[in-house]
Design a protein around this ligand. Sequence first.
Ligand code: V47
Ligand code: SF4
Length: 359
Amino acid sequence: MPTFNSVAEKVRANQRISTEEALFLFASNDLLAIGELAALANERKNGRQVFFNVNRHINPTNICVNRCAFCAFSRTTGEAGAYTLELDEICRRAVEAEGDGATEVHMVGGLHPDLPFEFYEEALSALRRAAPSLHIKAFTAVEIDYFARISGLSIEQVFQRLMAAGLGSMPGGGAEILVEEVRQKICPEKISGQRWLDIIRLAHRAGLKTNATMLYGHLEDAADRVAHMAMLRDLQDETGGFQAFIPLAFQPENSDLKLGTRGTSGLDDLKTLAISRIFLDNFDHIKAYWIMLGEKIAQVALAFGVNDLDGTVVEERIGHDAGARSPQSLTMAGIVRLITLADRVPVERDTLYRPLRSF
Ligand code: V47
Ligand code: SF4
């Protein structure tokens, strides 16, 4: 049986903790002690630097054939609020972002029943032509699987075509909870957890860096969270292709009520971020997505193992459609202030974590 001291010893000695030990930490409410270990694990990797990047989220369509129970963003064709952006509008937003100092566009959307694969390929080339300095981080493993199905191409061919058109890396969405039992309840139409991992493995093999997310605070328990992180840690051992781990706090409004309406607590948010920092010893970065956490928890998270704050998003739909109370965007000055007041050094990074400037 683990004790707090035995787990702490391992973390101090820079040794990997087991799933049993991670579960032990989840069962503890000694938040400050867990946070101290996470802060140590983070400081060893990242010192006192905290990264942020200036990006713009673009969601080309919210029409989606999946309709996951937790998702308040998606619509069916013809439903009130359903939209699909024209390529011109996608480019206009990217050009505006480039003008405002963004270095990245983050583009993900629903699984549209009618748009052909070529639409997405064209969106990438149009973006690259219109805003050549922007790195394009786009499409989750769920979308990549869908593109292969609608085009008849293999996953490898989809990656080849998208990379030739300008795809630079992939975000970490669609992972939700990789454990099949939970997945069947929260997103039965979505690709399996195994398929998500297989596609990400192929992305890494194709030379694309990706992130990994975890949607928590709904039907899952601590064992599911730990199992989810263990699958990511195993894949990272194999490929080394993950950049950041991003726990996403479930926003319950406007989503299927069977998932519960509680949302997450501040204690759970900080504990989850901290344990992920300790457990995922082969991930360089733990990102707090302040859109889902709120700015205050995201700032406090910097003392609990987090070294990356996302982002200067400008317009966010997925969390806000589900009731997130955070603002739509933070200015760069706002993010820098948040980090500085937490006694850390703000570093603007590009998508691949190359430092651009410190403040
Ligand atoms: O996969 C959907 C989540 C994800 C809700 O890689 C919800 O840099 C909370 O993946 N409450 C998309 N979460 C967002 C995403 C992301 C965000 C920021 C940075 C990165 C990155 C990736 O949003 C979906 C799903 O897990 N989501 N509905 C909800 N009600
Ligand atoms: Fe569609 Fe993604 Fe929403 Fe699921 S989470 S309904 S796949 S947009």
